[in-house]
Design a protein around this ligand. Structure first.
Ligand SMILES: *Cc1c(COP(=O)(O)O)cnc(C)c1O
Length: 414
């Protein structure tokens, strides 16, 4: 098989494009016209390939879907307007009231919020420490249908017991739904640990430029959907590998309508071409920044799976090409958080991650503000915790920026 980037930059050529165009054009259309009404009907009935309506299908979006399938070595992908839409629609499509979901408790905040909402709609969720497969196993009940984990959690960078949970799900015939956003398919392909479905927020590393929102779900062909009770009879035709992804697309995307637009799909597809190049640089920058900070007297702690003292360091080395491009750190009590952040000149104070620009955010006061100090403490979120998403700048400029901000910070002591 050809290399990752070779396959991605040439993926559009798998299907003929008008005029030999090398970029899949932006098909800004909602509907598709047919000369023969019988072809229109056949497209709707799925007996003949053809486009029906923009909420479910668009050629530009489809080209991106194929690219993501190639990146993940999957069977088929469906795109959504955001990563949250991908997670929400998948759960709405595949789970029903009375079903039970086991989820990692180390979760992206909005996913945590979504899962709590599911609880109010009769889908019970148990949150467990997913760095430990025994905790996942202990939470399984006869009603459990699915296990959800993230590869590397943010902001404290816990690494789930991905391989062991994959084995457990295979033994217990549970759907294994993995959020690969933080690693991206360049660093890790969850199919290797028996993931059934993989979600990516395209907004982050895959798009990479912070200029478009998007999400995707990829069928990995590892789960036997014939054993899954919640597939509607309508979608039980053809290849059973595709029953669930068809239900997510035909029912989920149609009912909830969180479609990705063709313009955003184009931005994301162009971004995806350089995922490998950007990740190399972002991971190198992360290693240099965490090496520098972990030796600094005014830094209390650094959280990054690439550091030997990280509890899942060996797991990260075994599973991932690099241990990610995001880390967090706590400042010594003598350093004022706001002054430190405001002295940064290159690094941007901003939410988001996976951008080409290095971004810093004071976690407790922004993305984790709503949960309150007590819950933050229970999650190990220090009030001084700063999350950094490494960009592609030259590493010396980033190290200088971090150092300059400390140079002034020391003055708090004198
Ligand atoms: C950002 C993010 C999401 C949600 O993606 P959006 O595109 O912002 O909706 C889901 N999971 C993880 C791990 C994320 O970082």
């Amino acid at each position: 098989m050809k290399g990752f980037t070779t396959r991605i930059v040439h993926s559009d050529r798998g299907k003929p494009i008008e005029h030999g165009s090398l970029q899949k054009p932006i098909h800004a259309t909602v509907a598709y016209g047919y000369e023969d009404a019988r072809d229109l009907a056949a497209a709707f009935q799925g007996t003949k390939a053809g486009y029906t309506y923009g909420r479910q299908v668009n050629p530009t979006v489809e080209a991106l879907q194929d690219k993501i399938t190639a990146m993940e070595n999957g069977v088929q992908s469906v795109c959504f307007g955001t990563g949250m839409a991908a997670i929400g629609t998948t759960l709405f499509s595949l789970l029903r009231a009375g079903d039970h979901l086991v989820s990692s408790s180390f979760l992206f905040g909005n996913t945590n919020s979504l899962f709590n909402t599911f609880g109010a709609h009769g889908i019970d969720v148990t949150f467990v420490d997913a760095t430990d497969v025994a905790a996942v196993a202990a939470a399984i009940t006869p009603a459990t249908k699915m296990v959800f984990v993230e590869t590397i959690a943010n902001p404290r960078t816990q690494v789930s017991a991905l391989r062991e949970i994959g084995q457990l799900c295979a033994e217990r015939t549970l759907v294994y739904f993995v959020d690969n956003t933080m690693t991206s398919p360049y660093l890790f392909q969850p199919g290797e640990v028996q993931a059934s479905l993989v979600i990516n927020s395209l907004t982050k590393y895959i798009g990479g430029h912070g200029n478009a929102l998007g999400g995707s779900v990829t069928e990995m062909g590892r789960y036997d959907w014939r054993t899954f009770e919640n597939i509607y009879d309508t979608y039980k035709n053809g290849d059973h590998e595709k029953w669930a992804i068809t239900q997510i697309k035909k029912k989920g995307l149609r009912d909830f309508g969180a479609a990705l637009g063709p313009e955003a799909a184009h931005h994301l597809a162009v971004g995806a071409e350089t995922l490998g190049l950007r990740m190399e640089r972002q991971c190198t920058n992360t290693r240099k920044m965490t090496d520098y900070l972990s030796g600094h007297p005014l830094v209390k702690a650094v959280y990054y799976p690439g550091l030997v003292e990280h509890p899942e360091h060996h797991r990260a080395l075994e599973l991932f090409r690099y241990p990610g491009a995001l880390f967090s750190f706590e400042l010594d009590a003598s350093v004022d958080l706001w002054e430190y952040l405001n002295r940064l000149e290159v690094i941007v104070k901003s939410s988001n991650l996976g951008d080409n620009r290095t971004l810093a955010i004071p976690v407790a006061h922004t993305i984790y503000y709503e949960m309150g100090e007590r819950r933050r403490a229970s999650m190990g979120i220090d009030e001084s915790l700063i999350r950094i998403s490494a960009g592609i700048e030259e590493s010396d400029d980033l190290l200088d920026d971090l150092a300059r901000a400390f140079g002034d910070g020391i003055s708090n002591n004198d």
